[in-house]
Ligand binder design. Structure first.
Ligand code: AMP
Length: 287
């Protein structure tokens, strides 16, 4: 496995591979890897000849009072895990390599970026689209794999790729969960033992909604009320939002049908956690 830390070398490697006809798969991450990240690598391998994983804690997607400084950084362990997974290249640039003279250019997906997470983290998605656009230009992948856990991020990036004609195929992989249902997240390490027990309430609430939907209930108001009842069982978990929206517009919908996203965010102690379930275009659901 090759470790690359400069833009020039990464681009050169990709240019060379593309000329040879290699299909490049790409998994962007912020490191502190867990089984959710590794599932994206496995998925990328099935759809590409080689896989590049990036590790970059991107400062532009953190708000001024958010956890950029304390975000877990476990580079050595991450590199070992990626080597075991058979990744061809780890691209881990220092911040100054990605933003040598700051950045005064914006990549903003209007509207979608202001809903749900964007209502609470106003500059978050502008940072995400900026860094992913830069990484796509540097790594030049044929296919990039993202996690459904960050459903709004995947929806926004799909729109960016379409609007700006990136020649990159996006693949969105299912959420990997702990045994009790909690969605895996690098931020779960912030949770104390007591908070870890409280945090699972979001997955429990969403799962209750998902089960009831599978039993035939379609009304958003009924499903939301059921999920809110479960959330109320854990007063230590503070709700940021629980919304039932169209995946196309991220605007609320009255009925949960094909193309609906049910997304929630809670705070437990100082930790913010998100999770969701959704209904595919073919009418099947996924939690
Ligand atoms: P992050 O390192 O948090 O920026 O995440 C990197 C990628 O991993 C993103 O595409 C995430 O959506 C994805 N990801 C994070 N957690 C999970 C999970 N539990 N299951 C599947 N994918 C995930």
């Amino acid at each position: 496995m090759r470790m690359i830390t400069t833009v020039a070398e990464m681009r050169q490697w990709s240019d060379h591979e593309r000329r040879r006809g290699t299909r490049i798969g790409f998994v962007p991450t912020m490191g502190a890897l867990h089984a959710g990240h590794l599932s994206l690598i496995t998925r990328a391998k099935t759809n590409a000849d080689v896989v590049v994983a990036s590790i970059f804690v991107n400062p532009t997607q953190f708000g001024p009072r958010e956890d950029f400084a304390s975000y877990p950084r476990t580079l050595e362990r991450d590199v070992d895990l990626l080597a075991q997974e058979g990744v061809a290249v780890v691209f881990a640039p220092p911040t100054g390599e990605m933003y040598p003279s700051g950045c005064i250019t914006a990549v903003r997906v209007e509207g979608l970026s202001a809903r749900l997470e964007g209502a609470i983290r106003p500059s978050h998605f502008a940072g995400v689209t900026l860094v992913v656009a830069k990484l796509f230009h540097i790594v030049q992948p044929h296919v990039a794999v993202f996690g459904r856990k960050d459903a709004q991020q995947a929806i926004i990036l799909q729109r960016m790729v379409r609007d700006l004609d990136f020649g990159v195929e996006l693949d969105v992989a299912p959420t990997v969960r702990e045994a009790d249902g909690l969605a895996m997240s690098s931020r779960n390490v912030y949770l104390s033992i007591a908070e870890r027990k409280q945090a699972v309430v979001l997955a429990r609430a969403l799962q209750t909604g998902f089960r009831t939907w599978n039993e035939g209930e379609r009304k958003s108001a009924v499903l939301r009320a059921l999920m809110m009842n479960v959330l109320a069982e854990e007063p230590a978990a503070r709700l940021d939002y629980l919304e039932i929206v169209s995946q196309r517009t991220l605007e609320p919908v009255a009925m949960v049908r094909s193309g609906t996203l049910v997304a929630g965010a809670i705070r437990v102690g100082k930790t913010r956690l998100i999770d969701n379930w959704w209904v595919r275009e073919d009418g099947t659901g996924e939690f």
